[in-house]
Design a protein. Structure first.
Length: 278
């Protein structure tokens, strides 16, 4: 069974009158389903799968600020997870054991930091306190580390840190990291293209990196690995005036055989346990 024969991809798409909303589709681009967009519920964005593939976490701006929400994979059961006054919560990523969600919390003064949400209790605690505009966290498959983007740092780029907290270390220039299922590779966006880097999570060493797409008249970003590590789905945005809206694109893990699935942004591929979900 190949990567594009199983599982689903969650993404966002612009809906007239409703703004960005969360959708899912089969990994071959068929069977598109809208999950969010109820009356008065605002825009929804940044979706990610739970490790068992049964739920989706996403951010939504309601009441003037962004909070985290969860919904069942087939649409019903929406619940609000965070409701911090005067805060914007974005970029959720589930821990491999499903007990926690790491996310970025901003206070609109540029002091975005990473926080951890305990799913069962709803308690949150701050993971970083550097006020360096941190975003796009990604939990490693083994649960040991969290990779993330740190913008106001020297150098800026992708960092990693122990999942339980502690000192972060620099990996590579770039944004929007996503761990491969084997925990050895990171896909990320940099410049106008998608890159991969071989990184030893335990030794904290970057061993090699390669560019898979070269942009040109597009900007490629927000990569997400297939559960078997053989494909990468990403968002391809045309440069201003050069074409239609952003598209969801799949390629093999070495950058070959690129296939466009349809309109959308911010894709995330369902985990291996979700293969059987229709």
């Amino acid at each position: 069974m190949g990567s594009q024969d199983c599982g689903r991809i969650v993404f966002t798409r612009l809906v007239p009158g409703l703004g960005e909303q969360v959708f899912t589709m089969s990994a071959d681009g068929t069977d598109v389903r809208q999950l969010t967009g109820g009356e008065g519920r605002g825009e929804s964005y940044g979706p990610c799968w739970s490790p068992d593939g049964t739920r989706l976490c996403f951010a939504s701006r309601r009441d003037g600020y962004g909070g985290l929400y969860v919904v069942n994979h087939d649409g019903p059961g929406e619940e609000r997870l965070t409701a911090e006054p005067a805060a914007d919560d974005d970029f959720p990523a589930w821990s491999p054991d499903e007990n926690r969600i790491v996310f970025s919390r901003g206070n609109r003064t540029g002091a975005d930091a990473l926080f951890i949400l305990e799913v069962a209790s709803g308690a949150t605690h701050q993971l970083t306190d550097h006020h360096l505009l941190e975003s796009s966290p990604a939990w490693s498959p083994g649960g040991q580390a969290i990779a993330f983007r740190r913008a106001f740092a020297s150098p800026p780029g992708i960092y990693a840190m122990p999942a339980e907290g502690g000192e972060a270390w620099f990996l590579v220039p770039g944004d929007e990291p996503d761990w491969a299922p084997d925990g050895r590779w990171l896909a990320y966006s940099h410049g106008e293209g998608i890159w991969v880097v071989l990184v030893d999570e335990a030794a904290r060493e970057v061993q090699m990196r390669a560019r898979l797409t070269d942009g040109g008249d597009t900007t490629d970003r927000h990569p997400s690995w297939s559960p078997d590590g053989k494909h990468i789905v990403f968002e391809r945005e045309p440069l201003a005036g050069s074409g239609p809206v952003s598209q969801i694109v799949v390629m093999t893990a070495n950058g070959d055989l690129v296939t466009t699935l349809g309109e959308g942004r911010m894709p995330d591929w369902s985990p291996r346990l979700a293969y059987g979900i229709a």
